[in-house]
Design a protein around this ligand. Structure first.
Ligand code: 4AD
Ligand code: MG
Length: 468
């Protein structure tokens, strides 16, 4: 076969160089036709759209074409011509086809269209070859780019926090332990507690649940930073919104108070959504048509409206009034309760019909590092609540006072020996500062309209599932 530089299908489809010879490579989505002419829909992942390859069956030989079935990988040389058919501008009239790899129709699982998302999860190694997952993962890439652009344009520095850590930022005890010890032969002290002296790090170590504590150290020197990396939580919650391994973006800004923190969060999410609409429209349009007819409308709606800002106490009042009027929630609601996703979604979807930033939560249900309000009961926390998702961002202004922070850490059982270095920022040149964490996959749920978090990450990690 003649060697011609490959053109990506996304570029071929935009080309008007009719009459030139091009090469495309990709995976066959379908092949149909007659004894005279065969039509191959070819996709190479660069776009959701396929290019149509038109084949003169006699010229290339019926026998030769036989193994070109759904899933096979081929390389095609041919002439770019204006398309006669509807829905595409160009097609390729094949002159030569090389078969890289066949896909036996008897065993290739992606035969017919319309597989369930549950089935596709079981073949996560092949699902990026479907329209749906191609779209989702192209959007995922674009959102990562948007995030870096947003912060870079605003002078934030991308700061890498460790994945292996010896401190539990959220203090929720949901950490995966990291060890090289022989689990069959653990050394224990006289009380039966495991001795970690001989373990790899000489102490108990885990996978991080958040890069925030280290992020704060960076904000107190570089001024404004963000992290963007994987985080791990061994919470046994089998819900459509929780993963054991998820990606989080955590900006942290010196001198920002809670109001500025809220504005940053709102600007940030809106920037990402605008980016998706500007750069991923083919994919979003597909998902809109296939799964969620209100997706595009919802994305545009969020851009147009200011997020409501509301103290937790007011939010609880609204929920209690709803209950009084006969609304049924599965979980009880009262001042002091941690809001369940149904409560969050009621505020957003039924009451305000708009994203809500809830602030000033009871200190008992929030982490030790949050700035304590003067009422002695609440902390300067903020959760951004979104339609269909519930909590998409969690953040706060941080307690900058050494004494108050130390007291709260001890009350909440966070050992000072684990966070002495964190406490040092409050001893040396402390300052007001704030930050938040955006769950990357929660953002993707919103932007793609998918309803299960397992469908917006390539290889989901959840209780009892670490396949692939
Ligand atoms: O509210 P969280 O636990 O806050 C923190 O980790 C803070 N240290 C962030 C900060 O202030 N720098 O988590 C932040 C966000 C949540 O709002 C949610 O979007 C996401 O992370 N998240 C999860 N996403 C998927 N699976 C899970 N198990 C998640 N847990 C939290
Ligand atoms: Mg939270």
């Amino acid at each position: 076969m003649e060697t011609i530089t490959r053109t990506k299908i996304v570029d071929v489809l935009k080309s008007e160089a009719y009459g030139t010879t091009v090469n495309v490579k990709g995976w066959v989505r379908t092949r149909r036709g007659s004894k005279q002419v065969s039509f191959i829909a070819l996709n190479d992942g660069s776009t959701i759209n396929n290019v149509q390859i038109v084949v003169d069956v006699e010229k290339l030989g019926e026998e030769y074409l036989k193994p070109i079935t759904t899933g096979a990988c081929i390389s095609v040389n041919g002439e770019l011509v204006k398309s006669q058919g509807q829905g595409q501008n160009v097609e390729i009239q094949a002159t030569e086809i090389q078969i890289y790899g066949t896909a036996d129709p008897a065993t290739y699982p992606l035969q017919k269209k319309g597989h369930s998302l549950e089935f596709l999860r079981e073949i996560a190694h092949l699902r990026p070859r479907t329209n749906t997952f191609g779209a989702v993962f192209r959007i995922r890439h674009n959102m990562a780019i948007a995030i870096h652009k947003f912060f870079h344009e605003r002078g934030f520095f991308y700061f890498h926090t460790p994945i292996i850590t010896a401190s539990d930022c959220e203090g929720a005890g949901q950490m995966f332990q990291v060890t090289t010890m022989n689990l069959y032969d653990l050394k224990k002290d006289e009380n039966g507690s495991i001795v970690y002296e001989d373990d790899f790090f000489g102490k108990q170590a885990s996978l991080t649940v958040s890069g925030q504590l280290e992020g704060e150290l960076a904000a107190m020197s570089l001024g404004a930073i963000y992290t963007f990396g994987p985080t791990f939580r061994a919470e046994n919650s089998n819900t459509p919104r929780h993963l054991a391994e998820f990606w989080m973006i955590e900006p942290e800004v010196a001198f920002n108070e809670i109001a500025e923190n809220m504005q940053l969060a709102e600007d940030f999410i809106k920037y990402c959504i605008q980016w998706a609409l500007d750069n991923c429209m083919d994919d979003i349009q597909f998902l809109n048509n296939m799964f969620d007819k209100e997706l595009i409308e919802r994305l545009q709606f969020v851009l147009k409206h200011n997020f409501i800002r509301l103290p937790y106490t007011e939010g609880v009042k609204i929920l209690e009034e709803a209950v009084a009027k006969g609304h049924k929630f599965e979980f009880p609601i009262f001042w002091g309760a941690d809001l369940a996703s149904e409560h969050e979604r009621y505020l957003v979807e039924e009451h305000f019909k708009c994203p809500v930033i809830l602030t000033d939560y009871p200190k008992e249900i929030k982490s030790f590092y949050m700035k304590q309000n003067e009422d002695g009961k609440t902390v300067r926390a903020m959760d951004v609540l979104f339609p269909k998702i519930g909590e998409i961002i969690g953040g706060s202004q941080r307690e900058e006072d050494y004494e108050k922070l130390a007291r709260r850490a001890s009350e909440m059982g966070v050992p000072e020996k684990d966070i002495w270095w964190y406490m040092d920022t409050r001893r040396f040149g402390t300052a007001p500062h704030s930050g938040f964490g955006l769950g990357f996959e929660r953002l993707l749920l919103f932007v793609t309209g998918m309803t299960n978090i397992r469908d917006v990450i390539p290889f989901p990690r959840t209780p009892n599932n670490a396949e692939f």
